[in-house]
Design a protein around this ligand. Structure first.
Ligand SMILES: *[C@@H]1O[C@H](CO)[C@@H](O)[C@H](O)[C@H]1NC(C)=O
Ligand SMILES: *[C@@H]1O[C@H](CO)[C@@H](O)[C@H](O)[C@H]1NC(C)=O
Ligand SMILES: *[C@@H]1O[C@H](CO)[C@@H](O)[C@H](O)[C@H]1NC(C)=O
Ligand SMILES: *[C@@H]1O[C@H](CO)[C@@H](O)[C@H](O)[C@H]1NC(C)=O
Ligand SMILES: *[C@@H]1O[C@H](CO)[C@@H](O)[C@H](O)[C@H]1NC(C)=O
Ligand SMILES: *[C@@H]1O[C@H](CO)[C@@H](O)[C@H](O)[C@H]1NC(C)=O
Ligand SMILES: *[C@@H]1O[C@H](CO)[C@@H](O)[C@H](O)[C@H]1NC(C)=O
Ligand SMILES: *[C@@H]1O[C@H](CO)[C@@H](O)[C@H](O)[C@H]1NC(C)=O
Ligand SMILES: [Cu+2]
Length: 585
């Protein structure tokens, strides 16, 4: 999907005016939307004027007589107006919250305790009509009586299939219409997994990209005071979630998504990848945060539809990475830059006490599409600014980064009971534009083929025959890449795969013999997203059991509607880079 979406250098003289003077009449057609005008709107926003939003919290457990008890929450989805920047008119969004007034982008942080369940009743209060156009030619939820189909998935959560937010378990306002797999309004998350960072977001069939684009995302954390490292920077000032995504805006503040497909005669609206010109952190365009000269913990979640981020700090300060996705690393890793794909997260500490400057910009250098697309410029190359106080912190910094964090078992193929080949294909029209992508040449609705035994470990050889990197995400299970090796004589191999869709018949071991790629040490833990390089075979150890103890999941994993795995570029996931996953006993 190598289409270059906009001109990196704009020499266009823009003639937009906000009010249009006396010439404006109610019948005047709105000015045409072009890449240049969208870019200009983003470029007109001054960076670092809004302070970073403190995400509101909801406690997902209750305290009774000094004991922790399960918690019950009700969280709705509301249409409301949101200010992404003081100079941008209010934007109509969809947001999660306990009421329309309280709803925020991102939605509230749900704080859970390991071993104490959190029940959430997810309510849809959205209007009859979506704020974006969507594509009825995809495999998509289409309610007969209007409304916006939604369903919530807790990304990184270990929970029974009925609570997973299957794309076919969608529902509209007041559950008036529901998808074929819908069973219940309340999801109970058991929170039995080790401490880590999760997030919730919409997952409705064929609508995930537009529902998430509208704002349906929020963070979730599992704390485990019994076994997680303590003494790290803590408290809402020094330990923060940063949810980062990109959006394009029209002059009137509306979020822009191109609703002319790249193959309009096949899919009138669907485009292969959404990229926006403005970088949003916690619901504000390019915010700032005043920090003290001390350590801070940031749990960074990439909630973009398709944009990868390669973060670094402008004044050269390093990150000390503690975790990747929902898992801690066994030991902290110091790094100058961190590459995060869509839906990946990075848990880091930044120590501002050693800063030689009074500010530091969090920057991004990842080309888009990643890895071989357009270079970032000063808009998408900047994320947020830290303004560093002079002098010592007002309170002493007693936080410490321990030399070891957890003792999760290492990934090894020795544990594997089965090897599967997972091939990623992109299909193009005669004009060379992508029409859809499949995993193993199969539609999402084709019968399930991945049926691992609960409690086992498998090896998945993931073969990327497309030109793009894909963030592969698995529900319930965790996995990690242990080898990333280039495919030689790619055309011959690819032609064989296109004809046979059979890696063994196509003799993959003879082709997966090229250059080896380094796997960064900050990704060597049990992740829920693995980035899959184009033209490489990625060997992934997949664990269908509890991360820390290697024991089977303590609930019925075989129940309907099962789980799924998919590419987390939402535009790909909505156009069939997604397959069912059914565990068996
Ligand atoms: C914003 O502008 C677009 C394009 O001109 C128009 O389609 C849309 O209705 C406007 N939205 C609002 C809320 O005015
Ligand atoms: C929207 O997509 C169409 C089809 O790919 C393209 O021709 C048009 O330039 C795009 N518009 C913008 C503003 O990017
Ligand atoms: C929370 O919900 C559970 C199950 O839905 C119920 O058993 C429990 O009594 C509720 N607890 C509170 C404090 O309302
Ligand atoms: C990320 O950016 C840094 C420098 O800013 C560069 O050294 C590194 O190679 C980049 N990483 C990737 C994976 O592109
Ligand atoms: C952010 O997530 C999007 C979609 O899940 C992905 O395409 C993108 O590469 C990610 N960016 C970073 C920096 O991780
Ligand atoms: C790849 O191509 C080279 C050069 O044509 C050839 O020597 C080699 O046998 C080929 N390898 C495979 C696995 O087809
Ligand atoms: C597969 O490749 C291996 C190694 O190059 C070769 O020995 C073997 O004959 C090939 N098998 C087929 C069916 O092509
Ligand atoms: C688990 O779920 C399956 C499928 O719904 C059902 O047939 C089976 O009886 C359940 N097992 C237990 C132990 O509840
Ligand atoms: Cu993809």
């Amino acid at each position: 999907m190598g289409a270059i979406r906009f001109l990196p250098i704009l020499l266009v003289v823009l003639t937009m005016t906000i009010c249009g003077g006396a010439a404006t009449s109610s019948t005047a057609a709105p000015p045409p939307v072009t890449e240049a005008t969208l870019y200009e709107v983003a470029a007109s926003l001054q960076m670092y004027v809004d302070e970073l939003l403190q995400i509101p919290k909801l406690v997902g457990y209750s305290m009774q007589n000094g004991l922790t008890e399960p918690g019950n929450l009700t969280i709705g989805m509301f249409e409301k107006k949101w200010k992404f920047h003081p100079d941008l008119p209010p934007t109509t969004v969809f947001a999660y919250g306990t009421s329309a007034k309280e709803a925020t982008i991102p939605g509230p942080l749900i704080e859970a305790l390991r071993g104490v369940s959190t029940s959430v009743t997810w309510e849809n209060h959205l209007p009859q009509k979506h704020i974006f156009s969507w594509d009825p030619t995809l495999i998509v939820a289409i309610p007969k009586n209007g409304g916006v189909p939604t369903v919530v998935h807790l990304h990184g959560g270990v929970h029974p299939p009925q609570e997973d937010g299957n794309p076919l378990a969608w529902f509209t306002s007041r559950y008036r219409e529901t998808g074929s797999s819908w069973t219940q309004a309340t999801y109970t998350y058991p929170n039995i997994q080790p401490a880590g960072n999760l997030w919730y977001h919409d997952h409705a069939l064929g609508l995930t990209r537009v529902n998430v684009l509208a704002g349906l995302i929020g963070p979730y954390v599992v704390y485990d005071p019994k076994s997680e490292p303590l003494n790290l920077p803590s408290g809402s000032e020094f330990d923060r979630f940063l949810m980062v995504f990109d959006r394009s805006f029209l002059m009137n503040g509306s979020i822009y998504i191109n609703s002319t497909g790249d193959n309009p005669s096949i899919h009138p609206q669907w485009q292969p990848e959404y990229f926006g010109d403005a970088i949003i952190v916690n619901g504000k365009a390019w915010p700032y945060l005043k920090v003290q000269r001390r350590k801070y913990r940031f749990r960074i979640i990439n909630a973009s539809n398709a944009r990868y981020f390669n973060f670094s700090l402008s004044n050269g300060l390093p990150f000390v990475q503690l975790g990747s996705d929902s898992s801690y690393l066994n030991s902290p890793v110091q790094t100058q830059s961190i590459l995060v794909g869509p839906s990946e997260s990075a848990d880091v500490v930044i120590d501002f006490s050693s800063s030689k400057t009074d500010d530091s910009v969090l920057t991004n250098s990842a080309p888009y599409p990643y890895p071989s697309g357009t270079a970032v410029d000063h808009l998408t190359g900047n994320v947020m600014k830290f303004i560093i106080a002079s002098g010592n912190p007002s309170c002493p910094d007693n936080s410490k980064i321990p030399s070891t964090l957890v003792k999760h078992p290492a990934a090894t193929t020795k544990d594997a009971v089965k090897t599967r080949y997972i091939a990623l294909y992109e299909y193009d029209s005669a004009s060379g534009n992508p029409t859809h992508s499949y995993i193993n040449a199969k539609s999402f609705l084709d019968p399930v083929t991945e049926t691992p035994r609960s409690g086992t470990t498998e090896v998945w050889e993931v073969i990327n025959l497309t030109p793009d990197n894909h963030p592969l995400h698995i529900h319930l299970a965790t996995f990690q890449a242990i080898k990333v090796q280039a495919l030689v004589n790619l055309t011959t191999f690819s032609d064989c795969m296109t004809a046979k869709n059979d890696a063994i018949a196509c003799n993959v071991t003879a082709y997966a013999t090229g250059q080896l790629l380094n796997i960064p040490s900050y990704e060597k833990t049990w992740k829920n997203v693995v980035k899959i390089e184009p033209s490489y075979q990625t060997t992934v150890v997949v664990k269908f059991n509890m991360v820390d103890t290697n024991t089977p999941y303590p609930f019925n994993v075989t129940a309907a509607p099962g789980y799924i795995y998919h590419c987390h570029i939402l535009d790909h996931e909505d156009n069939e880079m997604m397959r069912p996953l059914k565990l068996v006993l």
